[in-house]
Design a protein around this ligand. Structure first.
Ligand SMILES: Nc1nc2c(ncn2[C@@H]2O[C@H](COP(=O)(O)OP(=O)(O)OP(=O)(O)O)[C@@H](O)[C@H]2O)c(=O)[nH]1
Length: 471
């Protein structure tokens, strides 16, 4: 995410770090570099201009903190201006309405509306404990209604059926009635996309807006379209006031132009970012956290939240208890650890959020190689019987060949997995015997489990933002 911008800015800021003093001259060079970095990231020109002016004013002005050197000082100003340009704070959804609170979703074709409706439904029901209903008013693409129905079932939201012979206005009015009768807290309304913002789209959505008076109107834009995303959102907002923007596909956006332009150009906040195709890949938009990611300073808070949400605490506690009691770490335990890691977005997903690791994550090939290997290990373990997973030492040569065949791998892959597991099991045994559990958990960043892994600040190695482990 935002790799190119982050790389460019990190380089620029490194250059100025060596300076003993911030002068008009060396600021000029650095500002030019920052400007170039922003333009290359496809940030809209008025935003770049305003950004550079503010950084310049503050850097040349009276902001000398004694504890900082000029490079750090400059970095601090750039960071706080990045936060400023993205809107300072996270803006939460406004759900204060006579139930159902209605959220109208709009966006261009393929922007990611339907996926975002499903993600939001999941977000609201899982995290906010709301009863959610979804409805599609897209009568032009029958598959869109079906797509929403499937996704609704996946995320456990109520689905209000509609079909392409109906009028969008009728559909949404009926959905509101149904939602009211079923005591639904939030009704999410998916609408048809268009290739561009045209009169027909606006007329239809205006009518819908009038009919249901949504408490939130969210415009979904594809982050990869850069500053165009901000301009499209502005054009839409000029016709119907939106309450916020959802930036989809931010996971594939190396530039960051949309994230940095939307607020300034539209005056509206980005409320969420889409970070993948799956229904759990939605993050609330925090300007300060995104600024840290852009500057490769990590986003430890998001990582901790993710650990808390995604790590299966029951399994992690069970493993911690097992090891403390000196019981064997078997292949089933190993499999569960692989699953936990994959839930966390794999190695690359985690690295991206650790300070200073962004560049490493970008170097990516090795990481991707490791991810592939983890995936392969999972498949191999799945091809074993429960007994084999529990007693891997008993797996004989002929079974290894069958396991390799069953998992589409080679016998040497199976051997490698068994060897790696043996080493891990040995380490766990030693740790269990010596009561060195705490030390090991701390060393492993607590990701492998135990109470410490789940506590805020305990999920990361000290020095990487995790602070003291509660162990
Ligand atoms: N990588 C990634 N892909 C996404 C994200 N959000 C949506 N997509 C993908 O983008 C494509 C289009 O998403 P849809 O949700 O169907 O888009 P839409 O706006 O409803 O499309 P129309 O109904 O045709 O206007 C799908 O392949 C989604 O899986 C995201 O945050 N990250």
């Amino acid at each position: 995410m935002f790799n190119s911008l982050s790389e460019r800015l990190s380089l620029t800021l490194k250059q100025i770090t060596g300076q003993s003093k911030l002068t008009e001259d060396n600021i000029k060079t650095s500002l030019r570099e920052v400007r170039m970095a922003l333009l290359e990231a496809d940030v809209a020109l008025p935003v770049v201009k305003a950004f550079i002016d503010r950084v310049k004013d503050r850097a040349v002005g009276q902001e000398v903190a004694e504890a900082l050197n000029p490079g750090q000082q400059f970095l601090k100003i750039v960071q706080s201006e990045l936060v400023h340009v993205m809107g300072e704070q996270n803006e939460v959804l406004n759900l204060k309405a006579q139930p159902p609170a209605i959220i109208l979703m709009a966006g261009l074709q393929g922007a990611g509306k339907t996926t975002t409706v499903a993600k939001l439904a999941r977000f609201l029901s899982e995290r906010e404990k709301k009863k959610v209903m979804v409805v599609s008013a897209d009568i032009y693409r029958p598959a869109a209604i079906q797509q929403l129905e499937t996704l609704a079932a996946e995320v456990g939201a109520l689905f209000f059926p509609s079909d392409s012979s109906q009028q969008p206005e009728r559909i949404v009015r009926d959905a509101v009635d149904a939602a009211r009768k079923q005591a639904v807290d939030v009704l999410l309304v998916d609408t048809a996309g268009r290739l561009a913002i045209d009169e027909q789209m606006m007329a239809e959505i205006k009518a819908l807006h009038k009919a249901i008076e949504p408490v939130e109107t969210l415009f979904v834009v594809d982050a990869m379209t850069g500053q165009d995303a901000a301009n499209t959102a502005k054009a839409f907002n000029d016709a119907i006031p939106i309450t916020g923007v959802v930036l989809s596909k931010a996971d594939g956006d190396a530039r960051g132009g949309a994230a940095l332009s939307v607020r300034h150009i539209t005056g509206k906040p980005i409320k969420f970012i889409g970070m993948g195709e799956k229904t759990d890949a939605l993050e609330a938009f925090y300007p300060d956290r995104i600024a840290s990611r852009i500057l490769d300073m990590g986003d430890v808070l998001s990582l901790i939240e993710e650990v808390e949400r995604k790590v299966d605490k029951v399994k992690a506690e069970r493993l911690a208890g097992k090891i403390k009691k000196g019981k064997a770490f078997d292949l089933q335990d190993f499999r569960e650890q692989l699953d936990q890691m994959s839930n966390m977005g794999g190695l690359t997903g985690m690295m991206d959020k650790l300070p200073g690791m962004g560049q490493m994550a970008k170097a990516g090939n090795q990481l991707q190689g490791a991810e592939k290997q983890f995936h392969q290990m999972g498949v191999i373990i799945d091809s074993m019987t429960p007994l084999e997973r529990h007693f891997p030492d008993k797996i004989v040569g002929s079974r290894k060949r069958r396991i390799a065949m069953g998992s589409g791998t080679q016998i040497q892959d199976v051997n490698r997995l068994l060897k790696q597991h043996k080493q891990m099991a040995k380490m766990f045994k030693k740790v269990g015997q010596k009561g060195g559990m705490q030390k090991m958990m701390r060393g492993m960043g607590g990701m492998m489990g135990g109470q410490g892994g789940m506590a805020p600040g305990g999920g990361l190695p000290p020095g990487l933002g995790g602070g003291k482990s509660p162990f």
